[in-house]
Design a protein around this ligand. Structure first.
Ligand code: HAM
Length: 484
C-alpha cells in the first residue's frame, strides 16, 4: 500500500447563474429518443457486385435446375391423358405394371448401354454414394428391368414376361425443346421369347397408344442383325467413310474411328449425301436375321401399320440385336430430337448381365414429347374416353397365318373396349388354353389355319368346353352378347 498522501483537489466554485423560473408542466415527461445515425462505411464496387450476385443466386434457387421442369397444373389434362392412355393400352395387351429403382449400381448401365454411346459417355448422372459405391440415376428403364428379371429368377415363370412401366429418367443432355435432363417415359418390355410376332405386337402397342391420343405417327424400322453381322458391316462402313472423309462434318470425322455406326445418325447437312450412298446393313444380315426381319414386316403389313424402311437407323444404345424402330409424327419434320418413341430387340442383354440366355424386345415412348404433341392438337384426350368393359376374353391362335390374323382381331376387340388376353408368343394351343383357364376367362376365341382360310372362328366356352364355329364378320356381335 502506498503511504503517499493524495494531493487534495481544490473545488472550483460554480458560476452563479440567473435562475428564471419555468412554469411547471403537468404533462408526464417522456424523454426524447436520441437517434444517432451509425457511421456507414463507404460501399465498394466489389461489395455492390457481390450483393447483386447473391441476389441473383437466391432468385435462381427458386427455379428448377437446368433441363428440369415442374409439371404445371394447367397441363394436368395432357399428362393425365398420357398416363391413363398408357395404362389402358398396356393392360389391354396383358403387360403387368412394374417399377425399378431410380438409382442403380453404375456398372449396370455401363454394361447394358455401353461405353462409347452418348448416354454413357456424356449424359450419365453418376456419382459416389456415401459408402463409396459408384451409382447412376437411370437414363432408361431397360437395363433396370433386365436386372430385375435376373434378380427375381423370372426365367422360371411362364414365358414371356410382359411388363410396362412409367417414371422419370435422367440424361445430362443439352436442353432444348423436347429434350430435357429429367424426362418421363412409358415403356413396355416382353422378355423370354424370340418371335417376330412379339416385335410386331410391341410396335402395334406403341403406334396405337399414340393414335388413340390423336397423334398420327409412322414407324421407321431397320434390322441391325447379330453382333457378328454388325462387326462385318462395320468393317465395310468404316472403309467407305474413310474414303469420303474429306467431305464429312468434323463431328462425323471424329466418329469414324470411335463409333462409325453413329455417323449414320448424323443430322449435319454435309453428311447427308454420303450417308445416303453408304453400304446398307441389311445386305450384311445372316439368313436367320433376314428371315426374322421379313416376318416382322409381314406382320406390320397385315396390321396396316405405316412404316418406312430406314437403313440408317441404328439407335444410340449398344444392347440391340435385329429389329430396331422409332416412331415419328407424320405431320412434323424429323430431327434427332423429334422421335416420340423407339425400341427394339435385345436378345443378348440378359445373358451379358449374368442371366440365362433370354431373348427380349421392348420400346419406350417419351411422355414429355407426347404432351408437347397433345398441346398442339385441337382435339385430344380420346384416350380417356374408353373404359374397357370388365369381362375379359382370350384369343388363341395356331400357325403363322392365324397369328397374324389374331393380332388384327385383338386390335378390333380392344377398340370395341373389350379386355383381350392373349399370348402371341406361345405356339402350342394347349399352353394357351391353360393360360386362359388361369386367367378365369369365360370364353376363348380360337383361330387356326383352317379358320383363317374359311373366314370363321371357334368360340369355346371355358366351363363346358362346348365349341361353336361362327363367321369372322360376326365376332364383335357374338362376343358382345357373351360378355354382357
Ligand atoms: P430412347 O430412344 O433412348 O430409347 O428413348 C425413347 C424415347 O424417350 C425417345 O424417343 C424420346 O421420345 C424420349 N427421350 C429420350 N431422351 C429424352 C430427353 N432427353 N428428353 C425428352 N425425351 C427423351 C430407350 O430409352 C430404350 N430404353 C427403349 C427400349 C425399351 N428399347 C427396348 N426396350
Amino acid at each position: 500500500m502506498s503511504l503517499k498522501k493524495k494531493p487534495v483537489q481544490k473545488k472550483i466554485p460554480a458560476k452563479k447563474e440567473k435562475v428564471t423560473k419555468k412554469p411547471v408542466s403537468t404533462k408526464k415527461h417522456t424523454p426524447k429518443k436520441i437517434t444517432q445515425k451509425p457511421s456507414v462505411p463507404p460501399v465498394t464496387k466489389k461489395e455492390v457486385e457481390r450483393l447483386a450476385d447473391e441476389k441473383k443466386r437466391k432468385k435462381l434457387q427458386l427455379q428448377p435446375l437446368r433441363g428440369m421442369k415442374d409439371l404445371h397444373p394447367r397441363d394436368a389434362k395432357y399428362w393425365r391423358s398420357a398416363y391413363r392412355g398408357a395404362e389402358q393400352m398396356a393392360e389391354a395387351y396383358n403387360f403387368h405394371y412394374m417399377e425399378v429403382p431410380m438409382l442403380e449400381d453404375l456398372s449396370l448401365f455401363l454394361r447394358s448401354i455401353g461405353k462409347g454411346t452418348d448416354v454413357i459417355d456424356k449424359e450419365m448422372y453418376a456419382f459416389d454414394d456415401r459408402d463409396g459405391t459408384k451409382v447412376g440415376l437411370r437414363p432408361e428403364f431397360t437395363a433396370g428391368i433386365a436386372r430385375a428379371y435376373i434378380t427375381h429368377g423370372m426365367h422360371s415363370e411362364p414365358q414371356p414376361i410382359k411388363v410396362w412401366t412409367t417414371g422419370s429418367l435422367f440424361r445430362h443432355d443439352r436442353p432444348q425443346a423436347g429434350r430435357y435432363r429429367e424426362f418421363r417415359q412409358f415403356g413396355c418390355e416382353t422378355l423370354g421369347i424370340r418371335d417376330a410376332a412379339i416385335d410386331a405386337e410391341l410396335i402395334v402397342v406403341a403406334y396405337n397408344y399414340l393414335k388413340d391420343l390423336g397423334i398420327d405417327t409412322h414407324v421407321r424400322i431397320n434390322s441391325i442383325g447379330s453382333p457378328e453381322d454388325r462387326a462385318n458391316y462395320v468393317i465395310e462402313l468404316t472403309a467407305y467413310l474413310r474414303s469420303k472423309r474429306s467431305y464429312l462434318s468434323e463431328n462425323s470425322k471424329k466418329r469414324i474411328q470411335k463409333n462409325p455406326l453413329r455417323v449414320l445418325d448424323s443430322k449435319e447437312p454435309e453428311d447427308q449425301r454420303i450417308i445416303e450412298e453408304a453400304p446398307q446393313i441389311i445386305d450384311w444380315l445372316s439368313d436367320d436375321s433376314r428371315k426374322f426381319f421379313t416376318r416382322v414386316l409381314e406382320y406390320l403389313d397385315h396390321l396396316e401399320i405405316p412404316y418406312i424402311l430406314d437403313s440408317t437407323l441404328v439407335r444410340g444404345l449398344d444392347y440391340y440385336t435385329d429389329t430396331v424402330f422409332e416412331l415419328f409424327r407424320t405431320d412434323e419434320e424429323e430431327g434427332s430430337q423429334s422421335a416420340l418413341g423407339g425400341g427394339g430387340r435385345y436378345d443378348l442383354l440378359i445373358e451379358e448381365l449374368g442371366g440365362q440366355h433370354t431373348p427380349a424386345s421392348g420400346f419406350a415412348i417419351g411422355l414429355d414429347r407426347v404432351v408437347l404433341a397433345l398441346k398442339t392438337l385441337k382435339e385430344n384426350a380420346k384416350a380417356t374416353a374408353h373404359a374397357p368393359k370388365k369381362m375379359p376374353i382370350y384369343v388363341a391362335q395356331l400357325g403363322e397365318q392365324a397369328r397374324q390374323h389374331a393380332l388384327r382381331l385383338i386390335e378390333q376387340l380392344r377398340k370395341a373396349d373389350i379386355i383381350v388376353h392373349h399370348s402371341v408368343g406361345k405356339s402350342s394351343l394347349k399352353a394357351q388354353l391353360e393360360q386362359a383357364n388361369t386367367l378365369n376367362v369365360t370364353h376363348t376365341l380360337i383361330l387356326g389355319q383352317k379358320e383363317v382360310l374359311d373366314g370363321t372362328i371357334i368360340i369355346r366356352d371355358m366351363d363346358s368346353g362346348i365349341q361353336e364355329i361362327i363367321d369372322q364378320g360376326k365376332i364383335l356381335r357374338e362376343v358382345g352378347k357373351l360378355l354382357k
